[in-house]
Design a protein around this ligand. Structure first.
Ligand SMILES: Cc1cc2nc3c(=O)[nH]c(=O)nc-3n(C[C@H](O)[C@H](O)[C@H](O)COP(=O)(O)OP(=O)(O)OC[C@H]3O[C@@H](n4cnc5c(N)ncnc54)[C@H](O)[C@@H]3O)c2cc1C
Length: 432
C-alpha cells in the first residue's frame, strides 16, 4: 500500500499501485489508470478503500513515426518531456502543451489538455487521430473518428473513466526554430484584461496573463500579458534550448502571502514596460518546472487549483470582485483565452476566458470553492476536472448539461462502473 495524491497533495489516499512496461497486463482488474499524477486534485486517485491503480509511465515506447506526415504513435505512458527532448532538436513539437512537461500522453488525452494556444489550436484531443484502449470487459479496441466514434469523443476529456488508454496516435507540428519570440506588456486593471487578451490572440498564437490577486489597493488585479510565437529569421542561437534543471530541493519553509506579494511586486516592476525577448520554450511553456517539487511549498495540507471558464469577457471583473469581497486570496492566478469547444464530450474548454487560481488548503476552502462555483453556474461557465478536488456533485451537475450524454456512453461500455476514481465517487455518485 502506498499513499497516493495528485499534484496539490490533497486528498491523499492509501492504494496499491501497479507499474510495468506492459500496460495492458497491469490494467486488468484495476479501478483506474494514472499517468504522472500531475492532475491537481483527486482525478487520478482511486476511491478510498485500498483499491489498485495502474501507473503508465513505464509503458513509454514510440511505436511509429512518419517524418513526412508528422504522425506519431506511442504508448500512453510516454511523457511530453521525452517527446520534447527527442523532437524539439528535429524541428517538431507536440501541438498542445500544458503548463508542465511532466505529463503522459494518456493523461493529456484523458484530461484533453489545453495550452496557451487554445484560441488557435484547440485542445490536445483535436490533434489525436486514434487511440488503442483496453475496455473494462477485456476487449482491446481501436477508436477514432471512423471507429467507435462516440467512445472516442467520450474518452477525450473523460478522465480515464471510459477505458484504459494504451496507445495514442497524433500529429506533431513542425516549427521554424526551437526558440520562442515573446513580448510582455503590463495591464493595469481587470476591466481591460479580457479584451486585451483576446486582441493579442488575433496575432499571437500563444497568450497568457499572470494576475496579482494579493496586491493591495490599486495594485489588486494588475497583470502581465505574455505573448509568444515560434521564432524564425536569421538571428537565432545555433544551439537547441535545454530544459532548466531544477537544482534545489525546496526547504521545509511554507509559502506565505507576504512573500508572494513581494514576488508579484518585483515581477510587475520588471514588466512595467513592453518588452521583447527570445526565450527557451522550456521557460516559456513550463516556467514552474524549473523549481523542483514546488507543490511542497504549500506545506503538509497541500493546495488546490481552482480553474473555471467564463463565457463572457465581462464576467471576468465580476469574478475577481467576488474574490476580493470574499477575501479569497490565490497565491497564483493565470488567465487564458479559450477558443471553440472541441470534440471531447466532457472536455473543459469552451469559448470564453479561463481563470486558474492556486489556493492553499485552509479551514474555509470548501466555502470559497462553493462560492466560486455558484458564480460560475450563474455565468454559464464550468470547472476543469483535472484541477478539481472540492466541487460538490450538485454544482457539477448544474454546470454540465453534457453530463447525461457522456454518462450514457460511459455506461454502455462499463455498466458496472468498474472504472472509477475518488473524483467520480464525489461528483458522479459512483460506488466507492
Ligand atoms: C504545473 C502544472 C501546470 C499545468 N498546466 C496545465 C495547462 O496549462 N492546461 C491543462 O489542460 N492542464 C494543465 N495541467 C494539468 C495536467 O496537464 C493534467 O492534469 C494531465 O492530465 C496530467 O497528466 P498525467 O499524465 O500526470 O495524468 P494523471 O494526473 O496521472 O491523470 C489525469 C487523468 O488522466 C487519467 N489517465 C492518465 N493516464 C491514463 C491512461 N493511460 N488511460 C486512461 N486514463 C488515464 C487519470 O485516470 C486521470 O483521470 C497542469 C498541471 C501542472 C502540475
Amino acid at each position: 500500500m502506498k499513499r497516493l495524491s495528485g499534484w496539490g497533495r490533497y486528498p491523499q489516499i492509501e492504494a496499491h499501485e501497479r507499474r510495468s512496461e506492459d500496460l495492458a497486463r497491469i490494467c486488468e482488474g484495476v479501478v483506474l489508470t494514472r499517468g504522472l499524477g500531475r492532475s491537481y486534485g483527486d482525478a487520478s486517485l482511486p476511491p478510498a478503500g485500498g483499491h489498485t491503480v495502474a501507473a503508465s509511465p513505464l509503458a513509454d515506447r514510440i511505436l511509429e513515426y512518419s517524418p513526412a506526415s508528422g504522425v506519431l504513435r506511442a504508448e500512453a505512458g510516454l511523457s511530453l518531456e521525452a517527446l520534447n527532448r527527442s523532437f524539439l532538436p528535429r524541428g517538431c513539437v507536440v501541438p498542445v502543451s500544458p503548463g508542465t512537461q511532466h505529463v503522459t500522453l494518456g493523461g493529456m488525452v484523458a484530461a484533453d489538455v489545453h495550452g496557451k494556444n487554445h484560441h488557435v489550436d484547440g485542445c490536445f484531443g483535436e490533434h489525436v487521430r486514434r487511440l488503442v484502449m483496453l475496455m473494462p470487459d477485456g476487449r482491446i479496441l481501436e477508436v477514432s473518428e471512423n471507429h467507435e466514434r462516440e467512445l472516442f469523443h467520450a474518452t477525450l476529456g473523460g478522465m480515464g473513466l471510459t477505458g484504459h488508454i494504451l496507445e495514442v496516435e497524433f500529429r506533431m507540428k513542425p516549427v521554424p526554430s526551437p526558440w520562442i519570440r515573446t513580448e510582455t506588456e503590463p495591464i493595469a486593471d481587470l476591466e481591460a484584461l479580457a479584451p486585451r487578451l483576446s486582441k493579442a490572440g488575433e496575432t499571437w498564437p500563444y497568450t497568457v496573463a499572470w494576475v496579482d490577486c494579493l496586491g493591495r489597493g490599486a495594485s489588486y488585479g494588475r497583470s502581465v500579458l505574455i505573448k509568444g510565437r515560434w521564432a524564425d529569421g536569421g538571428d537565432l542561437p545555433g544551439r537547441t534550448p535545454q530544459p532548466t534543471i531544477p537544482r534545489r530541493r525546496p526547504r521545509p519553509l511554507r509559502l506565505r502571502a507576504w512573500f508572494v506579494r513581494l514576488f508579484n511586486a518585483l515581477h510587475h516592476w520588471r514588466h512595467k514596460a513592453r518588452r521583447s525577448a527570445l526565450e527557451s520554450p522550456y521557460e516559456f511553456f513550463y516556467p514552474l518546472d524549473g523549481v523542483r517539487n514546488w507543490n511542497r511549498f504549500y506545506g503538509k495540507r497541500g493546495f488546490t487549483q481552482y480553474q473555471c471558464v467564463l463565457p463572457e469577457e465581462t464576467a471576468l471583473p465580476r469574478f475577481f470582485e467576488l474574490l476580493r469581497r470574499e477575501r479569497i486570496r490565490p497565491f497564483l492566478c493565470v488567465v487564458k483565452d479559450c477558443g471553440a469547444q472541441g470534440r471531447g464530450m466532457l472536455s473543459f474548454p469552451r469559448p470564453g476566458v479561463t481563470v486558474a487560481l492556486d489556493l492553499p488548503m485552509h479551514g474555509t476552502i470548501q466555502r470559497e470553492v462553493d462560492l466560486m462555483n455558484e458564480r460560475v453556474i450563474e455565468e454559464g461557465g464550468r470547472i476543469y476536472l483535472a484541477k478539481d478536488a472540492l466541487t460538490r456533485a450538485e454544482h457539477f451537475r448544474a454546470m454540465e448539461p453534457r453530463l447525461d450524454a457522456w454518462s450514457r456512453v460511459r455506461l454502455k461500455w462499463d455498466p458496472e462502473r468498474t472504472l472509477r476514481s475518488a473524483q467520480s465517487v464525489r461528483l458522479l455518485g459512483d460506488p466507492a
